[in-house]
Ligand binder design. Sequence first.
Ligand code: SAM
Length: 172
Amino acid sequence: MGFGGGEHLAEQAAANPDIGFIGCEPFINGVANLLQHVEAKDLSGNIRICPDDARPILDALPEASVGRVFVLFADPWPKLRHAERRFIGPANLPRLARVLKDGAELRLATDDQQLCRWMLEHAWRYPDFEWLADKAADWRVPPADWVQTRYEQKALEAGRVPVYLRFRRRDR
Ligand SMILES: C[S@@+](CC[C@H](N)C(=O)[O-])C[C@H]1O[C@@H](n2cnc3c(N)ncnc32)[C@H](O)[C@@H]1O
């Protein structure tokens, strides 16, 4: 959801040719960038692009049909009066829980401390999700198959420390 320049999505699709990926991104330059990766790496077989808001796609997908959702470096919407626009929150967690299969992963990352607290508070409290972290280091270390994007590189150069949050969709 919100693949930005598409670097992460393209690498994931290239590394997993037997898995189908759906990428949503309303920012047209990001879509153009992803299309370059799709062409260069010949990924048209397992990537489908929705050049738009992810929410209608989530609502259109069948229940328990998705093996993993990535919401990486979502817009932080720092002002409290805009908090309801943050992608991970009360409006979208039920959508995500509906489409994810039992045991599937909801993978989140952010370089914004306030958004980190917000996402943790909401996803951790949401009964369908279980936070997959045993110790503090777990959320400082990217998952093994991680692909760094330009957005993340810029955050690191600016001294912001990314966090990586993995949740498991509980069994129905
Ligand atoms: C800060 S960028 C991060 C991009 C990318 N995920 C990365 O890690 O490099 C957030 C992206 O989410 C997209 N976005 C925001 N709201 C969205 C929504 N409702 N559905 C799909 N994409 C969305 C924005 O257009 C933007 O490109």
